[in-house]
Design a protein around this ligand. Structure first.
Ligand code: ATP
Ligand code: MG
Length: 583
């Protein structure tokens, strides 16, 4: 079977999809060419579910594993593309039979179990809108998002429902059904058992005509800089997903791919559900939370070839003093990509030393829907750089002028706003209920990302900080990332979060919050040593003047350091929205 497949798809197999020649790939790229990679719906239009699952199920990939699930207690389950086609058809039929019509929102609140992944695709099939919530949210953030997203259906488990949603039911009058993944029986006409519904549902579902501009996903941002925003995406976003799967994640037909992100965050849907299936490969899902030993075992035992994770996880792996390549057989692993926060150069170097490969940083946002800037596998990684723009993406460093115009900064190494030329397929279509805010993010023909960066003379982009986090000290603009990365070079430092503390003389004073590696004590001597270390490496103007040790830095549940919380706590101000703060 496999040999026949290889024979038939030999060309695909032999083509090296990655960007060997960046310049020519960039200049010759056309989005219209990506269109040819899709089959289109028999009924007309473009639907994520058809391109990700059904078209493979109808081909000789039908028996390939689409989803390999690893349960928290050591369970294993797998689904072929054909099985996924049938299961997702059943869930689409469930929604249809309940009278849930095109455009209505279906929320999910679940740990990473197969039903969540089946439901996601079933939701796309019925042209409903998927709104995934992180299962560890407390009741308030859940309520807030379900109200603002106009939830019609909630897919969840008995436990999560009883603990977090049942007490608030009267505040959710628009909610029509709750579907419980693990209930054997319906509770009443509204609270239904998923197994019972699935038992009755047909395995055949014809996806209705889908406009590529039909809404597919409503995703809330991470809340790192403020109130999480509801970001609207459409089916057409798969152009970006497919393209980045090819050029950044370098998918080949036999890849075992593992993305550690939860679908509660955009990485967990764009790259934890959609992209690997567009490429017809095996998508590994681990139900459990971070555990270094478990992770190394998964990389080894499941022969993971492409691994997509986040700086927070890499920093946790770095804390352990071990020799992973000696202790585990990681010979299948050929690419590690990272996203979500700046990846400190130290982490890239750790990867080279300990995992025998550089970790590739890439940049994007909930708003961009997919990867926009990346270090490509075929090119030398520049530690600390986010890489170069994807083909089809125009990225620039710009300055916003007072008169509402924007000037592109073409000079190398000059900080400015990181901006993108609008029009890429996975660009968000609005901020839910905040059309004004959406419009404001486009200025003079550019999308202003809210991040600051600079570009070097070879066109590599370097992250400086979020516009909100930039520190103004004695007439200098200091990006926290630079200071944090230097502190991380010190052997005692596990993590650092840097803020500007208001100061009557110098505007803001650079203050660093530092968590230490095991074996180091938070002494005054170490504080002085770190201040000296910073001065030597960064110069007096930029180096932190104050250091405070903290056992754990405040982070979002997706693992991003919340500098705004460090700052408001420092200043004794209200903490603002903390719905995404890790426990
Ligand atoms: P909110 O918008 O609610 O404050 P958020 O911006 O953290 O939250 P996301 O859309 O999940 O929400 O994250 C996108 C942001 O994460 C980017 O704008 C950037 O600040 C940061 N980021 C992502 N990848 C990278 C990277 N490779 N290097 C530096 N920063 C990154
Ligand atoms: Mg943001």
């Amino acid at each position: 079977m496999l040999n026949n497949w290889i024979e038939k798809n030999k060309n695909d197999f032999l083509v090296e999809p990655n960007l060997r020649d960046y310049e020519s790939a960039y200049s010759s790229f056309k989005w219209e060419d990506v269109e040819k990679e899709f089959e289109g719906l028999p009924s007309g239009g473009l639907n994520i579910a058809h391109e990700a699952i059904d078209r493979h199920a109808n081909s000789d990939k039908a028996e390939n594993i689409a989803l390999l699930w690893l349960g928290e207690k050591g369970e294993r389950d797998s689904f072929t593309y054909l099985q996924m086609k049938k299961e997702t058809a059943k869930f689409a039929n469930v929604l249809k039979s309940l009278g849930i019509v095109k455009g209505e929102r279906v929320f999910t609140l679940s740990t990473r179990v197969p039903e969540l992944y089946i439901a996601a695709i079933g939701i796309f099939k019925n042209i409903n809108v998927l709104c995934p919530l992180f299962s560890q949210f407390g009741p308030d953030p859940i309520l807030q998002r379900m109200q603002s997203g106009d939830a019609k259906v909630l897919l969840t488990s008995k436990n999560l429902f009883n603990k977090k949603v049942r007490p608030m039911m009267e505040k959710l009058p628009q909610l029509r059904y709750i579907i419980l993944i693990d209930a054997d029986e319906d509770e009443n006409e509204m609270i239904l058992s998923l197994p019972k519904l699935m038992q009755k549902a047909s395995e055949i579902f014809e996806i209705p005509t889908t406009d590529p501009e039909d809404m597919s996903l409503l995703h809330f941002t991470s809340g790192t800089t403020g109130m999480p925003k509801g970001v609207v995406h459409v089916h057409k976003a798969i152009y970006t997903h497919w393209m980045t799967g090819r050029y950044v994640l370098d998918f080949h037909y036999d890849d075992n791919y593992w993305c550690t992100a939860d679908p509660g965050w955009v990485t967990g849907t764009s790259y934890g559900i959609i992209t690997p299936w567009l490429h017809g490969i095996t998508n590994i899902v681990d139900e459990s939370e971070f555990n270094a030993l478990r992770w190394y075992n998964i990389l080894q035992n499941e022969k993971v070839s492409v691994f997509y994770t986040a700086p927070t996880a890499i920093r946790r792996l770095m804390r352990i003093d071990n020799e992973p390549t000696k202790e585990y057989d990681l010979s299948s692993l050929r690419l590690i990509q990272s996203v979500g926060e700046p990846l400190n150069p130290e982490a890239v170097i750790w990867g080279v030393e300990k995992l025998k490969m550089a970790i590739h940083d890439n940049w994007w946002q909930t708003e961009t829907g997919g990867i926009m800037i990346a270090n490509f596998i075929s090119q030398t990684v520049r530690p600390g750089s986010m890489g170069r723009p994807l083909p089809g993406i125009t990225a620039a460093i710009v300055r916003q002028n007072d008169n509402g115009t924007v000037t592109e900064i073409t000079e190398a190494d000059k900080d400015g706003d990181l901006a993108l030329k609008p029009g890429w397929p996975s660009m968000f279509r609005t901020y839910l209920h905040h059309e004004e805010k959406y419009k404001k993010s486009f200025v003079d023909g550019w999308y202003i990302s809210g991040d600051l960066a600079y570009k070097d003379e070879d066109g590599y982009f370097w992250f400086v900080g979020r516009a909100d986090d930039i520190i103004k000290t004695s007439g200098h603009m200091v990006g926290p990332f630079e200071v944090e990365s230097i502190l991380m070079e010190h052997p005692a430092v596990a993590e650092a979060g840097v803020i500007g503390k208001p100061d009557p003389f110098i505007g803001e004073l650079v203050k660093a919050f530092v968590s230490l590696k095991t074996g180091y004590e938070p002494t005054d001597e170490l504080k002085q040593e770190l201040i000296g270390f910073g001065r030597k490496k960064l110069g007096v103007a930029v180096a932190p003047k104050e250091i405070e040790f903290q056992e754990k830095l405040p982070k979002t549940r997706s693992g991003k350091i919340m500098r705004r919380l460090l700052k408001s706590r420092e200043m004794g101000l209200p903490e603002g929205d903390t719905s995404t703060l890790e426990d």
